[in-house]
Ligand binder design. Structure first.
Ligand SMILES: NC(=O)c1ccc[n+]([C@@H]2O[C@H](COP(=O)([O-])OP(=O)(O)OC[C@H]3O[C@@H](n4cnc5c(N)ncnc54)[C@H](O)[C@@H]3O)[C@@H](O)[C@H]2O)c1
Length: 420
């Protein structure tokens, strides 16, 4: 075998993995269905936040290559699947990408190969969806090839924890499959942790994300009643987090976004309902609360303008930061989108500013980008801080605004400064 590993799906997850493996001296091929992604990478261009063009050039110098040619997968000892697992239009798990990536690997499967699924998914996917596709070749998992689930834990924009120093969980179809994965990841990841099987590894990832989802919902609900009671929730959280055990701080915000928190818990609740016929009540409640945050933000915006004898209709509202998390350009599932839509429906003139994006894909043609943020905050009737990118001098922007609504709790309250 000429290749140590082929990474299938070169996005936010696959690319950092390919980078670490290349750095460790492994022979790495990247396979992606998108010719634009592959051509960009082979010409030294990065399309994800965590890797710069210089990082891609370094990978290419280290022997990395990207391809759309499926036949080359046959040359690899290990195949790692990092393709998207979105929700379908009716809110159900959509495993089409996993199935097609699985089929591409099946077409090139060989005895002794280690196949790893990293995409976040519901318990049973590796065994019930991926294994039959791979075994349709006549080769058997655990006997002829190794099959493993290993959840990806990458946190784009996190400067402290990346692919190398975040412990990697692996669950094998058999103990020998898990051992093969420990040996593989151990070459470029500091700590590898085994679970008893693939379902435990799949569920561990969903537990992690569901835990975040539920705790964010808890503080989002508290934010609403604390406002009514005149209690500063950020102050409450700062006090609570001084407890050195048994408490982890979560913060309220305008809603949950990104590829994980709004989507992954649905995979688990769907699975519980489909297999057992009853709801996963915590997840469903958290979804309900987090999903109402955009409406709550717009209602508060309306109240702020009302106090100035203005209506949303006809007012100019500036949205600062529309990506789903700070300091990255990822726009996926950002709560800024429903907020902008609700404001537009109410007749507001909506503008946005974000140092990371020039074109707001979801609101193209409907919301224009303010060129100069300092001018824009002065002329807007209301500025809403949705994302606290570190490029922003938030206190200065708040001071220059007519009204400033801070959904991230970064500015001290004042006459013209309102917190969520
Ligand atoms: N982005 C994150 O922060 C994050 C964190 C942890 C886990 N995850 C999970 O990791 C998985 C991948 O997410 P991502 O953010 O890297 O997605 P992404 O959209 O950034 O990248 C996925 C890539 O896969 C390619 N692709 C799609 N179908 C393919 C196929 N059949 N064969 C080859 N390539 C194919 C796409 O062209 C794309 O380049 C998802 O399950 C996600 O839930 C994401």
């Amino acid at each position: 075998m000429a290749l140590d590993v082929v990474v299938v799906g070169l996005g936010y997850v696959g690319l950092p993995l390919a980078q670490e493996a290349t750095k460790a001296g492994l022979a790495v091929l990247g396979f992606d269905a998108s010719a634009a992604v592959v051509d960009g990478l082979n010409s030294g261009k990065s399309h994800v936040d965590d890797l710069s063009d210089a990082d891609i050039s370094q990978m290419l110098e280290g022997g990395f290559e990207a391809t759309t040619e499926p036949g080359r997968i046959a040359d690899a000892k290990v195949a790692v699947i990092c393709v998207p697992t979105p929700l379908s239009s009716d809110g159900l798990p959509d495993l089409a990408y996993v199935q097609s990536a699985g089929q591409t690997i099946a077409d090139n499967l060989h005895p002794g190969m280690l196949v790893i699924l990293e995409s976040t998914t519901y318990p049973g996917t590796t065994d019930e969806v991926l294994r039959p596709i791979l075994e349709s070749t006549g080769l058997k998992a655990g006997e002829d090839f190794h099959l493993v689930f290993s959840p990806e834990r990458i946190d784009p924009g996190n400067e402290k924890f990346g692919a190398k120093n975040t412990p990697k969980v692996v669950g094998g179809h058999t103990p020998a499959c898990a051992d093969a994965a420990v040996e593989f990841y151990g070459k470029f990841i500091d700590t590898v942790v085994k679970t008893s099987g693939t379902r435990e590894a799949e569920t561990a990832k969903l537990l992690e994300n569901t835990y975040r989802h539920i705790n964010i919902a808890l503080v989002n609900e508290m934010a609403q009643f604390c406002h009514e009671l005149g209690i500063d929730l950020w102050d409450v959280i700062d006090a609570a987090k001084t407890k050195p055990f048994g408490f982890q701080a979560f913060y309220p915000g305008p809603g949950v976004g990104g590829h994980c928190i709004p989507i992954d818990p649905n995979y688990l609740s769907h699975n519980v309902r489909a297999k057992l016929g009853y709801p996963f009540r915590f997840v469903e409640l958290a979804q309900e609360i987090n999903a109402t945050m955009p409406q709550y933000v717009v209602r508060r915006a309306q109240d702020i303008l009302n106090d100035d004898s203005k209506s949303l209709r006809g007012s100019t509202v500036l949205l600062l930061g529309v990506t789903y998390k700070p300091n990255i350009a990822d726009q996926r599932e950002s709560p800024a989108v429903p907020i902008a839509k609700l404001l537009l429906n109410a007749g507001a003139n909506v503008q946005f500013h974000d140092p990371f994006i020039n074109e707001w894909d979801a609101m193209k043609g409907r919301v224009s980008r303010a060129g100069d943020v300092a001018d824009a905050v002065q002329s807007a009737d209301l500025t809403i801080l949705l994302q606290d990118h570190s490029d922003y001098d938030i206190n200065a922007l708040a001071a220059a605004s007519q009204e400033f609504f801070d959904t991230r709790g970064k500015t001290p309250r004042g006459d013209k400064v309102h917190r969520l």
